[in-house]
Design a protein around this ligand. Structure first.
Ligand SMILES: Cc1cc2nc3c(=O)[nH]c(=O)nc-3n(C[C@H](O)[C@H](O)[C@H](O)COP(=O)(O)OP(=O)(O)OC[C@H]3O[C@@H](n4cnc5c(N)ncnc54)[C@H](O)[C@@H]3O)c2cc1C
Length: 419
């Protein structure tokens, strides 16, 4: 069997593997190889991502990761070193319509402002002024539409002014170009079928074609495939208290008739309808997803074979919720959608990041629907850990230990995507 050598092998070329490689390669010249089983980059979770870049989370550490990720996404050309990147930041802002009391909103505003996150409190009138299509009611209602509902203005809403969303697939293409320029060896159609270990540490990987790569560091950035790939190294997340598995996550695209539904529309998190939504397809569609825990429970047995279509029941409930938030939306209009996979950490819907007791085996898994926005900061944490190179403008202040595999589950009120 022929064996190459590398300093770091990264398994998986989704947004995470590429970001980690970029963050290491721009610091030093160690030999990095990325191995991706698909024909192209970004074909896993990343390809289906809504790539929303919001900064509000329950915990300051998670907000810091999102904030520092946003800085890279807002300055993508400088961050990637590409003069003309394909991906672009869509600056819509993120509006939180969560039915919170004015005191809770003010508390949220203060915490975020302390972290340097640009945030405003808007009244119902101010929301209507900026986003005339939006209904400012936050009363709960019957999502089946069977019971009458009377709308009433909610007094206040939180608005992240600098946030928005990104182009996820183009971002992976940009990072592919960036890391190849930086000397990273990216091999597509290259499946890792084994991970070598000896004396409590990793020794490298075996590939489907019978060859292998010797390396002292192997990073598992395989998203929904992570538990399967970890098992190749004899590593089980459950032994460390974590249940990580792929779950099916559905997203709807609703045609946006601009002549009757006026723009702009920001990214919206909507508790009364249990949805989030944002503009899509250059403003020709509205993309709708779920913020409810019960929509994040369908475990995918085999991530290579899963149902990528949307369910009619999911579609009907979410579209009904969208009509509540955008009353001028006509009942006729094209609706399509896709299902992708989250790599869900059932214990606390946050990732496990960093070294493991198997020396040289690094995990970056369980992103539970947050990974896109976090990827530049996660890359920076790992690059700093592996190279010791000091922080710069594309680094994060968030401590990797907050996400370490030996932490206790993070305390949360709800274990859903907004946690
Ligand atoms: C519907 C949906 C909406 C989302 N919305 C958002 C959002 O709005 N904001 C946000 O921040 N995040 C969002 N996310 C989450 C985010 O997209 C993910 O957390 C992120 O893309 C995970 O990236 P990854 O690189 O870890 O995994 P992936 O993109 O899945 O990449 C893993 C790669 O590993 C490869 N691989 C697997 N096994 C092997 C092997 N044996 N050998 C070689 N290669 C292998 C796979 O082919 C794949 O390309 C969303 C996700 C989904 C599905």
């Amino acid at each position: 069997m022929s064996h190459d050598k590398a300093d770091v092998v990264i398994v998986g070329a989704g947004i995470m593997g590429l970001s980690i490689a970029h963050q290491i390669a721009r610091r030093d010249s160690r030999r990095i190889v990325i191995l991706e089983k698909a024909f192209n980059v970004g074909e896993g979770s990343t390809g289906a991502s809504c790539a929303i870049l919001r900064q509000r989370y329950t915990h300051r550490e998670a907000m810091t990761v999102a904030r520092d990720g946003l800085r890279a996404h807002r300055n993508w050309s400088a961050y990637t070193g590409l003069a003309e990147p394909r991906a672009r930041f869509h600056h819509t802002g993120v509006l939180w319509m969560m039915g919170e009391t004015p005191a809770a909103i003010e508390n949220g505003r203060r915490t975020m402002a302390d972290l340097g996150i640009a945030v405003e409190v808007l009244s119902a009138a101010e929301v209507r002024d900026r986003f005339p299509a939006l209904n400012t009611c936050n009363r709960p209602f019957d999502l089946t539409g069977a019971t009458e509902h009377e709308c009433a203005d909610h007094p206040a809403f939180l608005f992240e002014t600098d946030s928005g969303f990104f182009d996820p697939v183009s971002a992976t293409q940009d990072l592919l170009e960036a890391v190849r320029r930086e000397g990273v060896d990216v091999r597509l159609r290259t499946k890792v079928t084994g991970i070598g270990t000896a004396g409590g540490r990793v020794t490298g990987v075996e590939l489907a074609d019978g060859t292998g790569i010797d390396a002292p560091v192997v990073v598992n950035s395989t998203g929904p495939w992570a538990p399967r790939v970890a098992r190749l190294a004899g590593f089980d997340y459950k032994t460390h208290g974590w249940t990580i598995h792929p779950i099916r996550a559905q997203v709807i695209y609703r045609e946006w008739p601009r002549e009757v539904v006026p723009g702009p529309i920001p990214v919206v998190a909507d508790s009364s309808g249990g949805i989030y939504f944002r503009p899509e397809a250059g403003g020709q569609q509205i993309l709708v997803g779920s913020i409810r825990e019960e929509d994040e429970r369908e475990v995918v047995a085999d991530p290579d074979v899963f149902n990528g279509n949307i369910d009619a029941a999911f579609r009907d409930v979410k579209i009904h919720a969208l009509h509540h938030r955008i009353p001028s939306l006509p009942y006729r209009g094209q609706i399509t959608g896709v299902a992708g996979m989250y790599d869900m950490n059932v214990e606390d819907v946050h990732p496990v990041i960093g070294p493991t007791p198997l020396e040289g085996f690094i995990v970056v898994n369980g992103f539970s629907g947050h990974g896109f926005k976090e990827s530049p900061a996660v890359g920076s944490m790992l690059a700093r850990h592996l190279t010791g190179a000091p922080a710069d403008e594309w680094d994060t202040e968030a401590p990797m230990e907050f996400f370490s595999i030996d932490r206790a589950p993070i305390e949360l009120k709800e274990r859903a995507v907004l946690a």
